[in-house]
Design a protein around this ligand. Sequence first.
Ligand SMILES: Nc1nc2c(c(=O)[nH]1)N[C@H]1C(S)=C(S)[C@@H](COP(=O)(O)OP(=O)(O)OC[C@H]3O[C@@H](n4cnc5c(N)ncnc54)[C@H](O)[C@@H]3O)O[C@H]1N2
Ligand code: MOO
Ligand code: MG
Length: 425
Amino acid sequence: MVERRKPIKVNDAVDRVMKFAVSGSVSYLSIEQAYGHFLGEDLVADHDVPSFDRSPYDGFAIRSIDTKNASHTNPLTLEVVGEIGAGSLFEKTVGEGQTVRIMTGAQIPAGCDAVVMLELTQEFEKDSKPHIEIKRSFNQGDNISFTGEDTKSGTVLATKGTYINPGIVALLATFGYKDVPVSSKPKIGVIATGSELLEVDEALQPGKIRNSNAYMIVSQIERAGGQPVYLGQFSDDLSTCYTQVKDALNKVDFLITTGGVSVGDYDYLPEIYQMLGANVLFNKVGMRPGSVTTIAEKDGKLLFGLSGNPSACYVGFELFTRPIIRTYLHSNHQCLQKVSATLGADFLKPNPFDRFVRGYLSYDEGKLTATPAGLDKSNVVSSLGMANVLILLPGGTRGYKRGMNVKVILLEDQTGTTLESFLSD
Ligand SMILES: Nc1nc2c(c(=O)[nH]1)N[C@H]1C(S)=C(S)[C@@H](COP(=O)(O)OP(=O)(O)OC[C@H]3O[C@@H](n4cnc5c(N)ncnc54)[C@H](O)[C@@H]3O)O[C@H]1N2
Ligand code: MOO
Ligand SMILES: [Mg+2]
């Protein structure tokens, strides 16, 4: 009689795995390479931005006091005593009745406290000297971009573990990070098991399939921020698979295997964990797909035994491996975000287990709709291509009808959420 496995709840499973989460080290990359990595330390402004009062317009820097009585009927004439573009300085102090032609981004000259846009002035020559006419008054500070108005020195602009998007790259450059401290990516080994597996460039043969999981998982690792180390595909042979898994553990931070975790004659992973003396955290989860997901730990190193079925493999990775990767990268938003959406199609099949249905989000007049992406079986691959969310349908006796409110897990989001909020939502 085959062992009967006792399923645990998805949240308990996530919690058990996360007890073994560790953070990695910090290394340096040039700013050109930093995009797509994760900050290895807090990004703190070490100077005010801007670091000097500057003009937000092309125009004239003036002393507002001079314009006190200026109006349409009483135009004010000022002598233009200089001209500065961005990056240049006006070295003298501007005096009464004087102005300096100034370009966007240039430092406000000493003596001036406001800027008039070019369009509001009339330029002319008097006594062979350039002058302007202004027909309204200005207040102190009008049209000045003040020191520190963008950000003040000492402000934490992004915390350690933040995903480096193009905006973060702009901040890194602003604060002079030629070399950027980044979280070192965890090395994650990938082994595919199965005697039915063909290489991706092999022609189909009777009873065989191409190994899609390995390439899918490698991409999921990259999307999550890890560094995949593909170690190959192996036939269902106990001693080969054992040796491969044992050797792999010395080379990587975590190891993912796909296939061989169920109760079939050639499902060797449970035996391999036993031979390794690994501590199996669970081998059955109350979820579909991915109920056979098995996770073990050997000397603190996690072994993710993901299902061979493509959709089950995919979901198991996003729920259990991704938060481990993000923790390694120092993120405190390790888990994928959950948001509310309207279910876009009936899903009438009830199931005692929680379902994670591959779906896609659409945005209809500000309303989020999540629609199942295709056939919802754990052995299908076709529904994965369109999936950008997992629609969470809690287990129970009822089916779900179009229009109902559901939670969805955002697969492509980089912000994430805390473990606490993921588990409580
Ligand atoms: N008697 C039972 N049978 C099964 C149970 C069960 O509880 N009792 N669980 C079913 C569930 S649920 C799943 S999910 C699968 C899990 O199977 P394994 O993780 O042991 O994976 P395999 O047996 O190796 O393969 C399953 C399936 O996936 C295909 N596969 C495997 N590797 C790949 C790959 N790299 N790329 C693409 N496809 C792959 C393989 O050909 C099989 O079709 O077990 C059920 N059975
Ligand atoms: O682990 Mo299986 O995916 O529940 O189908
Ligand atoms: Mg099997």
